[in-house]
Design a protein around this ligand. Structure first.
Ligand SMILES: Cc1cc2nc3c(=O)[nH]c(=O)nc-3n(C[C@H](O)[C@H](O)[C@H](O)COP(=O)(O)OP(=O)(O)OC[C@H]3O[C@@H](n4cnc5c(N)ncnc54)[C@H](O)[C@@H]3O)c2cc1C
Length: 434
């Protein structure tokens, strides 16, 4: 794209995911913005693949499907809902359900069917299954009490579960896999997460009730459609395939050095992962170092394929999200293995299922001929120190002409990135910009 010259305040934004895209979209109405993205496409974790596959009538057809950002709901994503309406993007109902298979225990259940029972009748005779159901109901009740009593000090999920004597079958085959799947994180990290934070999220999303769960939605023909729409509406410079290498702050100006050129700006916005900021920021202050050195991310290996071997054995149990454990015990250190059944999530009718597996246990297990693609995506680890760090980030906003946004400023989801950018835009608009 050609560079547009202007006398307006010049703002550089690094990162073309929902956070950077939305910041660019709102700010470009008033300022001279430049958006830098290291990849040759925008969207960050909103990635859509286009592939010709056999449809349910055995005929070749082009399908669009997502492998990162997949679903949202209108209750918990009010800003995203508004943005999609403004962009005139079509959406459709998605279906959310969850299954767990523990191969060596020969135990699997899915969340659909009456109280998860009717999808695998074998479980009726399995005592541990009933212990799990009992503990699910107990968890809902206790968690609501915990949330309503602000005086109870926050603690890690591991301690909360121990203190309340939850059974191992509930811990290993329900709550840890569920949270691990939601936050794409390992079992060990789930146990380290702050309980209040988890429960607030589960409660907001209706996951502490058996009924009254929100209707999940997905973008028709993939999230690429909203990414393309927002890109068209950004009135500024978009530099794709232009990785920022270094950010210098000198004489009240910002100098951005990227892969192929350097440019001067008045302000800089980091819309990248929080643990990457110090790698780019030259001469970071002590406060910046203190905050951004503490963030941690976890890598997820993502394989997109059509091999059913990582799905539950019993087809009635197949759900939108399917957690698989190969061993008898959930190994704390293991990364979560979860397979998204894309057909169910995005209403696609193909001959062979479209599956997206995070962290396949033995990658060789997936039939090579059935692999469509592979990616690595990083997800923030939400630890107890997270809330303290966020307050510190708020104090850093605007200091040294430097600003921050990202899904990491909330629960790590699309609405969080968008909300962080809206707050940032409001802050910049309130500043005396002369
Ligand atoms: C497997 C998976 C599934 C998910 N599913 C959902 C879902 O269904 N719903 C939901 O709400 N959330 C989901 N999420 C969470 C998702 O991560 C967030 O919703 C959101 O997309 C993160 O947006 P972001 O803009 O903050 O960061 P990102 O999307 O990570 O964007 C950051 C961008 O910065 C770019 N960048 C980094 N460094 C540089 C540099 N030096 N120079 C230039 N550019 C740079 C990167 O290439 C990237 O494009 C999922 C996450 C994962 C991993």
């Amino acid at each position: 794209m050609t560079y547009i010259k202007s006398k307006k305040i010049k703002i550089a934004i690094i990162g073309g995911g929902i956070s950077g895209l939305s910041a660019a979209y709102f700010l470009s109405k008033k300022y001279d913005i430049s958006l830098y993205e290291s990849k040759n496409y925008l969207g960050g974790h909103a990635i859509t693949l286009k592939k010709t596959l056999l449809d349910h009538n055995n005929k070749p057809k082009v399908f669009y499907f997502d492998i990162g950002f997949l679903v949202y709901n209108e209750k918990n994503y009010p800003n995203f809902k508004k943005l999609l309406k403004e962009l005139n993007v079509k959406t459709e109902k998605s279906s959310m359900s969850f299954s767990v298979s523990t191969k060596e225990l020969n135990y699997e259940y899915g969340s659909t069917g009456m109280l998860s029972i009717t999808n695998n009748l074998k479980n009726i005779f399995y005592k541990k299954f009933w212990v799990m159901i009992f503990d699910i109901v107990k968890f809902y009740k206790l968690s609501k009490k915990f949330l309503n009593n602000k005086k109870i000090k926050d603690l890690t999920l591991e301690i909360y579960l121990k203190k309340n004597n939850f059974s191992q079958i509930f811990i290993n085959t329900h709550i840890i896999p569920m949270c691990g799947a939601i936050w794409s994180t390992s079992f060990k990290e789930v146990l380290n997460m702050p309980t209040r934070y988890i429960l607030k999220f589960l409660d907001n999303h209706g996951l502490l009730n058996i009924y009254k769960r929100p209707q999940w939605l997905t973008i028709s023909n993939g999230s690429i459609h909203y990414v393309n729409s927002i890109e068209k509406k950004i009135e500024g410079n978009i530099f794709k395939n232009e990785k920022v290498i270094n950010v210098e702050r000198k004489n009240k100006k910002i100098l951005v050095h990227s892969k192929s050129f350097s440019k001067k700006y008045d302000k800089i916005i980091f819309a990248i992962h929080s643990d990457d900021i110090l790698n780019l920021l030259q001469k970071a202050t002590d406060d910046e170092r203190e905050v951004f050195s503490k963030y941690k991310y976890e890598e997820n290996n993502i394989t997109i394929h059509q091999d059913q071997s990582l799905m539950p054995n019993n087809k009635n149990v197949w759900s939108s999200w399917n957690v698989l454990n190969e061993s008898k015990k959930f190994d704390n250190k293991n990364k979560i293995t979860v397979t998204y059944w894309i057909n169910k999530l995005q209403n696609l009718y193909t001959k062979e299922p479209i599956l997206v597996t995070l962290n396949p246990p033995y990658r060789n297990l997936i039939d090579k001929k059935k692999i469509i693609s592979k990616f690595i995506l990083r997800h923030p680890l939400l630890e107890r120190k997270h809330l303290v760090l966020l307050n510190k980030v708020k104090n850093l906003q605007g200091k040294n002409m430097t600003y921050y946004t990202g899904a990491w400023m909330g629960y790590g989801f699309h609405e969080d990135g968008l909300k962080a950018s809206i707050d940032l835009v409001n802050l910049i608009n309130l500043e005396k910009n002369d």
